[in-house]
Design a protein around this ligand. Sequence first.
Ligand SMILES: Nc1ncnc2c1ncn2[C@@H]1O[C@H](COP(=O)(O)OP(=O)(O)OP(=O)(O)O)[C@@H](O)[C@H]1O
Ligand SMILES: O=C(O)[C@H](O)COP(=O)(O)O
Length: 387
Amino acid sequence: MLVRADLNVPLDGETITDDGRIRASIPTIRNLAGRGAMVIVCAHLGRPKGTPNPKYSLAPVAKRLAELLGEPVEFASDVVGESAQAAMAGLRDGQVALLENLRFEPGEESKDDAERALFAGRLAALADLYVGDGFGAVHRKHASVYDVPRLLPHAAGGLVLAEVEVLKRLTEDPARPYAVVLGGAKVSDKLGVIANLLTKVDRLLIGGGMAYTFLKAQGYEVGKSLLQEDKLGDVRGFLDEAAARGVELVLPVDVLAAEGFAADAAHEAVDATAIPADREGLDIGPRTRELFAAKLADAKTVFWNGPMGVFEFDAFSGGTRAVAEALIASDAFTVVGGGDSAAAVRRLGLPEDGFSHISTGGGASLEYLEGKTLPGLAALEDDQVES
Ligand SMILES: Nc1ncnc2c1ncn2[C@@H]1O[C@H](COP(=O)(O)OP(=O)(O)OP(=O)(O)O)[C@@H](O)[C@H]1O
Ligand SMILES: O=C(O)[C@H](O)COP(=O)(O)O
């Protein structure tokens, strides 16, 4: 049985700094192994772009998976090669193996259908059943997510089913005001969802690395902050659209401007309209924290994706903490989505049960909320196609 999981966890060298996604994957793997299946788990880590790279090896994840399962996990040092074949051949009923990072193979993410299908065929040949349980990756039209379930009898895993159930509540008649808070660093991915979100929400709060493209689009300088120059035109369109629809688009009024990207970088709070040219915005400032908390206080539904700053550095974690605390204090239906956002909540020592739900998917949840058909979910719903 091939299980597509999302084990894309943050690493510091070989140390896993947050194992939330591995923990979230355990119940499905344990359930299947417990019922006697030979379980081959496949997953990606980071964005190695089609070539093997030890920095993105899943080896540390295999070790942690074994610890959490309390059972040995055979780790294959390739994806569909000799090591994977040997791991498959050696599996006994109830045993678990993990393949090396799917994204070491160019076929996994290829835009070319034939190339993807070829790789999918090799992956599918390792098993005779497929379980899609990698919720965080269901928005990717990748071989292991989209093509393999077309080749094998398939089912959705428990994690995917549980995530979809919660997100449905956000799409079907959410209690209003409905606010979405966006941040993080995957700016180009996430700018794409804004156009659709503007048709659904009452308030959109933008912080994190995403905010600087908005500030620049309004004509302000952002110094060395994260900037998606090629999206400035789109962002100007979002600002107009929000105004036309009466959606409140709330941007930072101040930021922590740092001398460089480092934990101990000298920094000060400056107006968002006056970021010095040699500085980099690494967190929202104190006035913005208050503003965002006020905008969240009377919301009845809140979805939050993406940290407000570089929370991995203590000095720049205050904005993320403030948003998290505002959600914890509110009586709204609150959902946090995203590997890093969930990791931030745990790293800051905040109670996970302070939120209605913490989702393992960032981009995946956002695209679901947009009302899009997600390739990985569509593939699980489709009738099986003969290979
Ligand atoms: N102002 C900023 N400048 C640079 N990086 C930032 C800034 N604000 C936040 N980040 C970084 O954004 C990263 C998280 O962004 P990402 O978009 O991946 O979040 P996520 O949606 O929770 O995760 P995923 O989409 O992977 O599930 C963190 O590592 C954080 O340091
Ligand atoms: O971290 C995530 O959001 C998922 O694991 C998907 O990763 P990706 O954005 O690199 O496709």
